[in-house]
Write a protein that binds this ligand. Structure first.
Ligand SMILES: [Zn+2]
Length: 272
């Protein structure tokens, strides 16, 4: 695993995904962060919220990196997860809130939000570790930062939303799931998406505090009775972006100045 570079910025939180944040609404600057896995474009700047000034960074998961394909929206199985997560550390940030759009497989209705408290990884083709040179079994008892997750749940309540939490199932994609797959996944998971893994694992390997706010954009395939389209997902994201922004900013300002969780020690005792 490459060496981690020194802190360069003083950032309150990094948002990966960036739904709800249109960088053009703010005076954000774009910086290029070099990582051992490629260059990552990061938008960063100040956001005023409830008499505080927050220094934020945004990594737009699908529209990023030094891709040779020229695609404007990279598919989930082709994202450079290692570069994105390494860029957080290169920025000197410790806290990450990921936004993930998901389908619901249970009782959580489209339009609501869910904080992931565990996951099931059904991805197949993605590089899922920084540790190729030695054996490191990182602990996953609490994959998501409890402190940021609690802050997100309180923020949901304060914004008149149900504070749902649950199990995130990550599929490989890019196709949507079959009805039979959803019947099976629904017996052990609450929501299904394609972007949460291996991001959460990589963040854990670097000892970052990482939480995931899932935006439920649709019923999972086969549950609604009609065909699921990508447009439907985008429409819901557009409708919910103001709420999403309020939830994120409220959660970030209510975090304590220093973390009181164990995330930074996640790999202690993990190496063989
Ligand atoms: Zn933490």
């Amino acid at each position: 695993m490459p060496k981690v570079s020194k802190k360069q910025h003083d950032i309150d939180a990094v948002v990966i995904g960036g739904v709800g944040f249109n960088p053009d609404d703010y005076d954000f600057r774009t910086i290029k962060v070099n990582t051992p896995y490629g260059t990552v474009k990061v938008k960063t700047g100040n956001v005023a919220h409830r008499s505080r000034i927050l220094e934020l960074a945004l990594i737009q998961r699908h529209a990023n990196n030094d891709t040779s394909s020229g695609a404007e929206h990279l598919p989930p199985h082709k994202l450079n997860y290692r570069a994105n997560v390494w860029a957080v550390r290169s920025l000197g940030a410790n806290r990450v809130i990921a936004t993930n759009s998901v389908g619901t497989m249970g009782s959580h209705p489209p339009g609501s939000f869910l904080v992931a408290d565990d996951f099931i990884d059904l991805t197949r083709s993605r590089v899922n570790t920084f540790y190729d040179d030695r054996t490191v079994h990182v602990d996953m008892t609490k994959p998501y930062c409890p402190e940021i997750s609690d802050s997100l749940l309180s923020s949901l309540e304060n914004n008149q939303m149900e504070p749902f939490k649950g199990v995130y199932v990550c599929t490989e994609g890019p196709r949507f799931e079959t009805a039979a797959e959803i019947r099976m996944l629904g017996t052990f998971g609450d929501v299904v998406g394609m972007t949460g893994l291996p991001e959460v694992v990589l963040a854990r390997e670097l000892g970052l505090c990482y939480a995931s706010l899932c935006i439920i954009t649709n019923q999972a395939c086969g549950l609604a009775g009609n065909k699921l389209t990508a447009d439907e997902v985008v429409e819901m994201l557009e409708m919910k972006k103001e709420t999403l922004r309020a939830i994120l900013l409220d959660a970030i300002i209510s975090l304590p100045a220093h973390s009181n969780c164990g995330c930074k020690d996640a790999i202690k005792g993990a190496t063989i």
